[in-house]
Design a protein around this ligand. Structure first.
Ligand SMILES: Nc1ncnc2c1ncn2[C@@H]1O[C@H](COP(=O)(O)OP(=O)(O)OP(=O)(O)O)[C@@H](O)[C@H]1O
Length: 382
């Protein structure tokens, strides 16, 4: 992965009374939060739109104070799930619990939940301050308190002094901050963010990503972010759920699902791993397309994943275990590495990230050996 946003250890600045220590069990579908720290629980949520099954008996737990990312391709059900959490959409079946109590019948405004829309949905005719104050005024909060909370929220997102401007007098990044301030001013326990960085250019995305994490730590609210960008999800979230066809394909800490994807879909979706097909028998996996046999492979393995950055290139004839011959079909320089496409003798096309510090990459057409460490071979069960 080449990611713009580093993950900070970061927990230290969270107020002590909001520290989230979820208790987890590890079942076949990944860790499940069972402790009192579970803030929101979706249980077997199903939602259809006509013939489309948008969510398929989906289970999910969000812990108090965590940064959670819902990651998936177009149409995987991310937005539908977010809208159900917010109360803008009603599930056909299943339950949604907040602190253990069913909130199916609770209208959006009465939930301690706030949603920041991808479009920001600011009122164009209202000033920045009035946009941010809107929810507090509707809730009948006193004028003096409203003023103080609006000022604090604007300061928090770095927009002190912008109160009188109208949305059209702001840049895209500033409009996004107003939308954030408008959500945070309500002091939600759960903030839902629909593609929060989607409308920003690359430089601003990285900076805003760091700021989002800082705000999440500062407020102690749980953040649930929808994104189709895997780097963004891995960089920002404490936990990630990968959605596929209205179901959760895998969930867990970013590093865990990146390094140990459970299925072909997750391996390809996160970091574009090489997926090798073949046949498992007696603890070995024979991949004709890779021209290699892998040993110590658990029963039930249907394919193997190998990350491009874990593969190495050796000259032909090198005397090392765990190698297979191939030919360089193409090469693309990417700055800190070169992406090589290697056609293996068995026909598979492998992606290999050749780091700059490993010297000049081989030329197109060169015969090479592709090498791997046994520890980097990830067995996939589906
Ligand atoms: N109001 C609706 N009416 C009909 N179909 C809908 C409606 N909302 C969503 N769908 C369908 O439900 C499925 C899931 O949609 P959803 O918007 O949740 O996906 P998504 O993962 O957020 O996708 P994207 O990244 O493209 O926004 C899609 O097939 C979509 O076409």
């Amino acid at each position: 992965m080449r990611s713009g946003c580093a993950r900070g250890s970061g927990r230290a600045s969270r107020p002590v009374d909001r520290v989230a220590v979820p208790i987890q069990t590890f079942g076949p579908s990944g860790p499940t939060v069972i402790g009192p720290a579970a803030l929101l629980q979706a249980k077997a949520i199903t939602k259809r739109f006509g013939a489309t099954l948008a969510l398929d008996a989906l289970d999910l737990d969000i812990a108090d104070g965590e940064f959670f990312a819902l990651l998936g391709g177009s149409g995987s059900g991310k937005s539908t799930l977010l809208r159900i959490m917010a109360g803008f959409e009603t599930p056909d079946s299943g339950r949604l619990l907040l602190d253990g109590a069913d909130i199916a019948a609770t209208p959006p405004w009465a939930r301690p939940v706030n949603m920041m829309f991808q479009s920001y949905a600011l009122f164009p005719h209202l000033s920045v301050a009035d946009n941010v104050a809107y929810g507090l005024r509707r809730a009948g909060v006193a004028k003096a308190e409203t003023g103080a909370r609006v000022a604090a929220a604007l300061a928090m997102v770095g927009l002190a002094g912008f109160d009188r401007r109208k949305p059209h007098q702001l840049s895209g990044g500033q409009r996004q901050r107003v939308a954030l301030a408008r959500s945070l001013v309500m002091r939600p326990r759960l903030l839902l963010l629909d593609e929060p960085l989607g409308a920003l250019d690359a430089g601003l995305r990285e900076r805003t990503g760091f700021e989002l994490r800082a705000l999440q730590r500062e407020t102690g609210a749980a953040f649930v972010m929808v994104t189709h960008d895997q780097e963004e999800a891995l960089a920002l979230a404490d936990r990630v759920a990968v959605l596929d066809g209205g179901r959760i394909a895998q969930r867990g800490a970013p590093r865990a699902i990146y390094e140990r994807p459970a299925s072909r879909f997750v391996a390809r979706f996160l970091g574009a791993a090489n997926v090798l097909e073949g046949r498992a028998a007696d603890g070995a996996f024979d991949s004709a397309e890779a021209g290699a046999t892998f040993t110590d492979i658990p029963a039930g393995t249907v394919a193997l994943a190998l990350r491009p950055e874990r593969l190495r290139i050796l000259p032909p004839g090198a005397d090392e275990p765990n190698t297979a011959p191939g030919t360089v079909e193409d090469a693309a320089f990417r700055g800190d590495d070169t992406l090589l496409l290697i056609r293996m003798a068995g026909g598979a096309l492998l992606r290999v990230a050749h780091a700059e510090e490993d010297g000049a990459p081989p030329e197109r057409g060169a015969a090479v050996l592709v090498a791997w460490d046994a520890d980097d071979v990830v067995p996939l069960a589906s």
